[in-house]
Design a protein around this ligand. Sequence first.
Ligand code: IMP
Length: 191
Amino acid sequence: MKIVLASSNPHKVKEINAIVESENIEFILPPEGFDPEENGTTFEENSLIKAQAAWEVSKTWVLADDSGLCIEALNGAPGIHSARYADSPQERINRVLSEMEGKTNRKAEFKCCMTLLNPAGEVALSYTGICKGSIINSQKGTNGFGYDPIFLLENSSKTMAELSEEEKNKVSHRSVALQRVLAFLRTVTIS
Ligand code: IMP
């Protein structure tokens, strides 16, 4: 079964296909013309906007995701602005660390909303995976990407950037959401 992944990032398609390797599912890039305007105000809205844009150009099963880091003491920031919170990955980390200076409540969570549309363009599933943790005072670890080096996992002494790819794939917000999507897809018979 082929599913269009509402992303123009071939790396994301590769990563997600590695996670679903044992399933009879292959994610593929959307056909030409996929150019969503991500102007929603929540992960759910942006995920739906991307899913609908990919469905418009493919009219088949589509999966979209939208994710980011939400910090309690910053009223949920950077949230849907995670990818653009500053100009480079390091500057984004620096901005969060400076905004968190002196804050005692360090609670944070990564969220990933996945939206699955069926070939009729209807929402078959919308689910938000969450990975809980906290923001440490200075970055640690070199694996992963984005805010991983400042995100300390709940009940762990490691940051997300200190996990191997395999370890991260067991606990991440993305994999939690993806497991739910896969459980749903196993109940659907499609060619
Ligand atoms: P996207 O929706 O997957 O493109 O993610 C949006 C932004 O959220 C990324 O550019 C990162 O800044 C942040 N983000 C999402 N997932 C992760 C993660 O697993 N680790 C670190 N940062 C993440």
